[in-house]
Design a protein around this ligand. Structure first.
Ligand code: ADP
Length: 389
């Protein structure tokens, strides 16, 4: 229901009096005050009109038999929680307080009841009815508002569900395609290598060069697919129960895996005292290994020096991997975390997925990963991890 519909439904005044003439008399001041007033023939008709939507009912007490009250109560029991329909009952005038209390007791089951004792001034009746109409209009507005909110919420939930499904589909798609691409690629790779071996130097110079391009292209594609697969593996990981992981042993594993590159370049790795975090050891080794390997790959003219530091950060840890490499211009500091985003050409090999994987790993640990850098001086990658419970 719209706000306008709610307003129009909540404005009519229903009147039930012993005779049609009485009802018309009661209606007159409301009509004078520009309200819609409808006399009802009997309690059945009144209940029917209330059910269709109305603002307030004005009843003369004599019209309310015990059966009539029961009928109205039955309807009241079916009202939604937001609705509290107002009844104004004109009680018999000149009676004792005792009598009024007894009437009130009898009518109490109707809920929102106001007793007005006759004789009463027109202005008293009109103002009581207008106050009830205002309150009723508010109820309809609140209902329309809640309905709109609920509808918006339902739409949001359904959008989120659609998004989750399409996300899962995409992740599945990336995994399946990269996985299935491996097989034909292996064929291309082995036959191009075979051709290069068997026919290299036996054809003309151009053909030798084409063969080299083919072998190199196939190799590059294999790296891309392998990296894409490890990216989808990290993305597809279910949220897991983390175990305590000592970061010094993570560093030891990562360094061991990179020992050739470290030895070849004379890289010096130092570190602060490293904490025990809550996480997945295999993923954390992959994270540190990627960052250290990049620090070596993107080294400057000096011997690569890498320092890993850690400090408390709220309830968790803030770790960083600092290098003295070529650095990254400020405008690329965020872009480098995108898939296939590289700042270098073929002169430095790479697929541009390593940092995207790193970010996913940190996110899997409910952390953040970002970079700070000064071109020509070095880069620091910072990330947060949860502390061991
Ligand atoms: P890849 O190394 O395979 O190109 P990454 O996703 O690991 O892919 O890195 C993306 C880009 O970020 C790299 O191509 C490089 O330009 C830049 N980069 C990453 N690490 C460093 C670093 N330690 N120093 C300077 N540049 C870096």
């Amino acid at each position: 229901m719209t706000m306008a519909e709610a307003n129009s439904q909540s404005q009519s005044i229903l009147v039930l009096a012993p005779t049609g003439r009485d009802a018309r008399l009661i209606c007159r001041p409301f009509a004078d005050a520009q309200h819609t007033c409808e006399p009802c023939a009997d309690i059945q008709a009144l209940a029917e009109r209330i059910r269709e939507g109305a603002g307030v009912a004005v009843l003369v007490e004599e019209t309310l038999s015990p059966e009539g009250i029961l009928l109205l109560r039955e309807w009241i029991d079916t009202q939604p929680p937001w609705s509290d329909f107002p009844f104004i009952v004109l009680t018999t005038g000149g009676e004792s307080t005792q009598h009024s209390l007894a009437s009130f007791q009898r009518l109490r089951g109707l809920g929102n009841v106001t007793l007005l004792e006759r004789p009463l001034r027109t202005v008293t009746l009109v103002s009581a009815v207008e106050a009830a109409l205002r309150a009723r209009a508010r109820q309809f507005q609140a209902q329309a508002y809640v309905e709109q909110r609920l509808q918006a919420e339902a739409e949001l939930i359904s959008k989120a569900q659609q998004l989750a499904v399409s996300n899962a589909d995409l992740q599945q798609f990336a995994y399946v395609t990269s996985h299935d691409l491996q097989e034909p690629l292996r064929t291309i790779q082995s036959y191009s290598q075979l051709m290069a071996k068997r026919y290299g130097g036996r054809l003309d110079e151009d053909a030798d060069q084409f063969l080299t391009f083919m072998v190199e292209g196939a190799n590059r594609m294999r790296h891309l697919i392998t990296d894409l697969l490890s990216y989808s593996r990290v993305v597809n990981l279910e949220p897991r129960c983390f175990a305590p992981v000592p970061m010094d042993s993570v560093l030891a594993w990562a360094s061991a895996n990179l020992q050739l590159a470290i030895a070849d370049t004379g890289t010096l790795i130092t570190h602060d005292e490293l904490p025990v975090v809550a996480g997945d050891q295999v993923l954390l080794v992959q994270l540190l290994q990627n960052l250290i390997s990049n620090a070596i790959k993107y080294r400057g003219p000096d011997t690569p020096r890498i320092h890993i530091s850690a400090r408390k950060d709220g309830a968790g840890w803030l770790l960083s991997v600092r290098d003295n490499g070529i650095g990254i211009a400020p405008m690329y500091l965020e872009r480098i975390f995108g898939i296939f985003k590289r700042l270098h050409g073929r002169e430095i090999p790479g697929t541009g997925i390593g940092l995207a994987i790193c970010r996913k790993i940190v996110e899997q640990h409910q952390g953040r990963l970002w970079a700070e850098s000064t071109v020509g001086q070095g880069t620091t990658f910072l990330f947060t991890l949860p502390a061991e419970e």
